[in-house]
Design a protein around this ligand. Structure first.
Ligand SMILES: Nc1ncnc2c1ncn2[C@@H]1O[C@H](COP(=O)(O)OP(=O)(O)OP(=O)(O)O)[C@@H](O)[C@H]1O
Ligand SMILES: [Mg+2]
Length: 280
């Protein structure tokens, strides 16, 4: 190949690398935008409740109505405090650093934000939190994964259902396993190989809550899990639902930074014939 050709292909490689970096930044901004959108929406709802019950209390002088109004205002304010608490938690995590992290409280922070949305779509939440050690993660990125996976799960259950969140310790592989399971539509076997591809989406566009349709959610999850040297596993049965497991390294007392890449954990679980699985 002539020297010029070599240079051209180098330029092209550099351009591709630069574009990939820009795309990753865009993905981060999309996630941040979604977080800000969800939070603002939630906060506004709480404020509306407070304003409406304050008006009610002012209009009605009887003690019973005023007591009820104050109770509602109190409950709404507590929720507002929880929302700010969870957002501050996420903001603190925005430094992008890996730390020993309690995945249970991290999950609860995300649930506070999605609680109302889940209620609205008649999705009940089943927490199956086992005793787990801290994980060596960038908390903010894991919250981004949780938001993506839970939103996908909710969207797969348009008529409601159950969202199960499970935390378990895989001592053999040295991982904390976070599973998000839904009782939704499931993923057809021919679609499964593509769901982690960038821009792959079967959704027509954003839903009534303004979410979904870009096809970036799972590809961002995959990249984050890769940067954590973790694993992702999908098990899905059409008509029954989907379970996505994120396996993340346990935090060790000494830093994990120099830890050698993990061996591939065996993820084999007996599955019914109709269940399709994919590991990345
Ligand atoms: N829990 C699930 N149940 C059924 N299908 C799913 C589930 N999670 C993902 N999928 C499928 O994988 C596709 C890709 O998901 P991904 O989150 O990457 O994109 P999206 O949700 O379509 O858009 P967005 O980028 O806004 O998240 C979805 O369009 C859907 O077809
Ligand atoms: Mg999605």
């Amino acid at each position: 190949m002539p020297a010029g050709g070599n240079r051209d292909s180098m330029d092209l490689k550099q351009q591709v690398a630069a574009l990939q970096m820009q795309l990753r930044e865009a993905e981060k901004l999309t996630a941040l935008g979604e977080l800000v959108g969800t939070t603002t929406h939630e906060f506004n709802n709480v404020l509306m409740t407070i304003i409406n019950y304050a008006k009610l209390g002012l209009r009605h002088k009887d003690e019973a109505t005023r007591d009820k109004a104050l109770e509602k205002i109190f409950a709404a304010s507590q929720r507002a405090a929880k929302i700010t608490g969870s957002v501050l938690g996420m903001a603190r995590n925005r430094s992008g650093s890996f730390q020993p992290t309690d995945l249970e409280s991290l999950t609860e922070d995300v649930l506070i934000l999605l609680e109302r949305e889940m209620n609205k779509y008649r999705v009940s939440i089943d927490r199956q939190f086992g005793e787990v050690p801290k994980a060596w993660v960038d908390g903010n990125q894991i919250q981004q994964i949780l938001l993506n996976l839970m939103t996908n799960a909710r969207q797969a259950m348009p008529d409601g259902g159950t969202l199960t969140i499970r935390l378990a310790h895989d001592a053999e592989n040295g991982t904390v396993d976070l599973t998000i399971r839904d009782t939704g539509s499931g993923i057809p076997p021919d679609q499964l190989p593509h769901i982690f591809d960038r821009f792959y989406s079967t959704k027509r566009g954003p839903d009534a809550s303004g979410k979904g349709g870009t096809g970036l959610g799972l590809s961002a999850c995959r990249e984050i899990v890769e940067s954590h040297r973790g694993r992702l596993r999908v098990d899905s049965t059409v008509g029954k639902g989907t379970a996505i497991t994120v396996k993340l390294p346990v935090a060790h007392r000494e830093t994990n930074a120099e830890a050698s890449p993990q061996s591939t954990p065996t993820l084999g679980m007996p599955q019914p014939a109709s269940t399709v699985s994919k590991t990345v």
